[in-house]
Design a protein around this ligand. Sequence first.
Ligand SMILES: Cc1cc2nc3c(=O)[nH]c(=O)nc-3n(C[C@H](O)[C@H](O)[C@H](O)COP(=O)(O)OP(=O)(O)OC[C@H]3O[C@@H](n4cnc5c(N)ncnc54)[C@H](O)[C@@H]3O)c2cc1C
Length: 304
Amino acid sequence: MRIDLDGLTRFCQQHSISCRTGTPMREYTTFRVGGNAAFSALPSSAEELNLLVRELRRIKADPVWFIGRGSNLLVSDNGLDGVVVFTWGLSELKRDGQLLIADAGVGMNALCRMAQSEGMTGLEFAYGIPGTVGGGVFMNAGAYGGEVRDVIEWAEYLDESGEVCRLAKEKLELSYRRSIFSAHPGWCILRAAFRLENGNKQLIGDKMTELMARRREKQPLEFASAGSTFKRPEGAFAGSLIEQCGLKGTRVGNAQVSEKHAGFIVNLGGATCAEINELIEKVQQTVQQQTGYWLEPEVRRLGD
Ligand SMILES: Cc1cc2nc3c(=O)[nH]c(=O)nc-3n(C[C@H](O)[C@H](O)[C@H](O)COP(=O)(O)OP(=O)(O)OC[C@H]3O[C@@H](n4cnc5c(N)ncnc54)[C@H](O)[C@@H]3O)c2cc1C
């Protein structure tokens, strides 16, 4: 990337947008992995984001990544030679009739808690998914039989030229861990609306508590990870296939196939992206040789 980082820093300062050069991505991803991003910015409103996107376009910054809580990312040890725009400064959350409207940076858990306190049902499945609304829409995040597609009404985004656009649910092309945004990395999700039903606060809260307990029981939450490393292949479960192949506990350096849940690769502390990638490959090859299934990574790899 050849852009004037001093000029971009001055632009951000003039508009009170928090920014930084040489941002250590391991501090901004739940895997705790990744080298430095050349430049990062944290707009605190849709207006600031809009200004920034227009400026990035004007100076032809490329590549640009929009990143939420980094809970589904595997960033290269060599870092990111481009601009990272963190979206978690966009944090408005409100009710409008049967809709909850949340900015992209609102945490999924905060959204679920608001639904519960308003006595609105439909989002219980998402409680415990550790990302933002933007990341959840991008990934069509799902768990325990539910997914974003079931409850979303529309999403708004900024296109490459800084225009605000809105797409209704049917146009969002939501499928298993995919959305229209997967094919348009230059679009930044701004906010989304979720249509919920009236429900009983106590029952909603009980369901959320139950699902969180199931996560704690089954998932290795004591270690850094990006959740399920692989997508569920048609007709099988990645975790079961990996376990069946005797791979639980397999290590490359400090990356390990979790002993608690074989579907998770965990960082035991100080693992590198290279180690995690080598372990991913080892798992893919062993599972293919022994079962015939090819496991596609669910984690999104950024950088070289
Ligand atoms: C312990 C653990 C458990 C998990 N459990 C689940 C689970 O049950 N179900 C599930 O689906 N996932 C799960 N995940 C994975 C992850 O939490 C989800 O994919 C989540 O939706 C990602 O949100 P995020 O804000 O962290 O996105 P990030 O990881 O920051 O980004 C993910 C992708 O979305 C894009 N993106 C993010 N925000 C925007 C935006 N505003 N505009 C445009 N693009 C954007 C990024 O560029 C990237 O490509 C788990 C992860 C962990 C660590």
